[in-house]
Ligand binder design. Sequence first.
Ligand SMILES: *Cc1c(COP(=O)(O)O)cnc(C)c1O
Length: 366
Amino acid sequence: MRDFTVRPEIRDFAPYVPGLTIEQIQEKYGLDTVIKLASNENPLGTSPVVQKTIAAHAARAFRYPQNHSPRLVKAIARTAGVAEESILVGNGSDEIIDMLFRMKGIPGQSNVVCYGNSFAMYRMCAKLTGLEYREVPRGDDFELPLAAMAEAADENTAMVIVTSPDNPTGLTATVDDLSVLAGVLPKDCLLVVDEAYIEFAWPPESYSPVQAFDRFENMVVLRTFSKAYGLAGLRVGYGILPPSLAAVMQNARIPFTVNLLAEEAALAALDDEVFFHETLQLVLRGREYFTKELTRLGCKVWPSQSNFVMFEPVKPAQAVFKALLGKGIIVRPLASFGMGKCIRVNVGTDAENTTFITVLEDILHG
Ligand SMILES: *Cc1c(COP(=O)(O)O)cnc(C)c1O
């Protein structure tokens, strides 16, 4: 077999490892029903209104979509309360992250500052694009080390990235924290706030800097339809950027990455306030229930502003994960985040949440 030359960066690449699907688990363990609480997906599934919209537009699939999804840009700008010129829509917010690394960083020169135990995409993108990945360690309880991130940034720092609410801890920076950080960064450095879970932070005005986006000159905010809007499989996300940066990035991007059905679905999802509020109610209720019950079971629980909760069980996390799998419940063990003692569980339906706690109680104390 021939060995082809590729960029040296990708020779020893560790691939992104997604969790097993429900079908894979059913087959492996011979189970009829499986409860998946591992990928932070919407517990209510896909909104019925969105499903109808997708069906109604299916016949248009032979057409190219409008490049840059201008209708969706307009709707997002209105919902988020920012200028249309600030919005870039992408194939998941993952695409916007990828674009930022390729277009803001200069290979071999720039660095990116992130904190430890964070979302794997950032490190992957840095490696692929030849940017130095500067990882700032967290405190003993995984607090977000914002002051140390500011210290780590220098004139070659392209971006400082903060996930808020954080995945996997659920910890969240306040608007004040982010204002302070944005204010002390070097002149050419962006503060990128990954708000994949921001819809679940309560009250929102305490946590999202987007309400005062015009006040920040160096901020980029990333959001997604994958979580609160229940469209993970369709791949739609967006960035809110300084308009001058959005304009140059738009010129250099690959065309048509947001497909026609995804755009229609996202437009319908933004309009579907009933589904959105049901999701929010369910998640806030489930998060409170998990926090209370996991504490009762003796676990250490992190305070979450997200649609999941991180906890450290009283027994080894990997064994607890396996035992739950055997009972048809998939959660996310966090060894791949460098947190081998912890597990992340996302809020499901009320019935799924109760089943999870009952089964876990049996595993830990039965
Ligand atoms: C889920 C998630 C995203 C969103 O990914 P999409 O590409 O929009 O599906 C981004 N950042 C973090 C930290 C996430 O957990």
